[in-house]
Design a protein around this ligand. Structure first.
Ligand SMILES: Cc1cc2nc3c(=O)[nH]c(=O)nc-3n(C[C@H](O)[C@H](O)[C@H](O)COP(=O)(O)OP(=O)(O)OC[C@H]3O[C@@H](n4cnc5c(N)ncnc54)[C@H](O)[C@@H]3O)c2cc1C
Length: 296
């Protein structure tokens, strides 16, 4: 075994909302070999493997997660540029990728400036903003499982709105993005404009996990729907539906994951009652947490 396994690592330290109990096992693989070893260890122990990027779209059970939790580091978080291709480890942050792309005069990744995640999390969620998403920049991804590794083209990853076909245990170890020549000044100006838009409309200075629900089909987004249900500022324990944007939950005062889940249950119930719409969650639940089905 090439990688150290820790036990009981608190997931609250790995999620942007700041909640989540201990991971049964935790490792920080820094090379493909360490990652493969960690995945084989999980398979041998009968444990599910769960990767955490920046934990920016994750809600983990307060009781803990009976899995091997992985955080990709070292070589698996590096970024390099060749021509118009940006190669990143699955654990590379969007901030670093954007910084490197800008310095190299490569545009096309500006949309990710306000998405506080990693390359692997971007693929898994097909993250996006301002009408663009991972599908439009990703050429291929190296996917590692307990049984081996292989490159998948973007078309083989089943990407659609905030969704990929990646199964649990399939880890994105590396990605390649195709970007286009631009100027660092133009990129900087676009990013400044997008960040300003964000700050005006979303709680960017609070602990959240990004969008709670996906936008349903139709004109009315999830945030506007929940706002019309009167949910802004609604609280459960230490969690609060953001007074700034109703599709965000803030950790207002020592929230637990259960507090957040209780708000999600209430929000879904009210959206169904008022609009007849069943909101689908965007946030990933780990550790056996589930949204109960709505009554029909
Ligand atoms: C303030 C704020 C703003 C946000 N704005 C946006 C936005 O505009 N658009 C948007 O799409 N999202 C947004 N998000 C949500 C989140 O940032 C994205 O979904 C992001 O892509 C998650 O990346 P992550 O690396 O943090 O993944 P995590 O949240 O850690 O994990 C999310 C999922 O991806 C999986 N995963 C992570 N890494 C890998 C990997 N290497 N291989 C396989 N699976 C992996 C996890 O297991 C989990 O299933 C926002 C979040 C916050 C807190």
């Amino acid at each position: 075994m090439t990688v150290a396994i820790e036990h009981g690592f608190p997931l609250s330290r790995l999620t942007t909302i700041g909640t989540g109990g201990p991971a049964r096992a935790f490792a920080r693989p820094a090379t493909e070999k360490e990652l493969a070893d960690a995945l084989r260890y999980a398979a041998g122990e009968g444990l599910e493997a769960v990767v955490v990027g920046l934990g920016s779209n994750l809600l983990a059970a307060d009781e803990g997660v009976d899995a091997l939790v992985l955080k990709l580091e070292g070589e698996l978080a590096e970024v390099e540029i060749e021509g118009e291709t940006l190669r990143a480890g699955g654990g590379a942050t969007n901030a670093v990728c954007l910084h490197r792309a800008r310095a190299a005069g490569l545009g096309g990744f500006e949309f990710a400036c306000a998405i506080p995640g990693t390359a692997g999390g971007g693929v898994k969620m097909n993250a996006g903003a301002y009408g663009r998403d991972w599908q439009q920049i990703l050429t291929r991804a190296l996917v590692v499982t307990a049984d081996g590794a292989g490159w998948l083209d973007a078309g083989e990853l089943g990407l659609s709105y905030r969704h990929s076909g990646l199964a649990p245990g399939q880890v994105v170890a590396r990605v390649e993005y195709r970007l286009q020549a631009s100027s660092p000044e133009a990129i900087k100006a676009t990013v400044a404009e997008l960040i300003a838009q964000r700050k005006a409309t979303q709680p960017t200075n609070k602990r959240t996990f990004g969008s709670v629900f996906k936008n349903p089909p139709g004109e009315l987004g999830a945030g506007r729907m929940l706002e019309e249900c009167g949910l802004k500022g609604h609280r459960s324990g230490g969690a609060m539906i953001s007074p700034k944007h109703a599709n965000f939950i803030e950790n207002a005062d020592g929230a637990t994951s259960e507090d957040c889940l209780a708000l999600m249950v209430e929000a879904r119930r009210r959206a169904r009652e008022r609009f007849g719409v069943t909101l689908e969650r965007e946030v990933v639940l780990v550790g056996g947490m589930e949204l109960p089905p709505l009554e029909t």
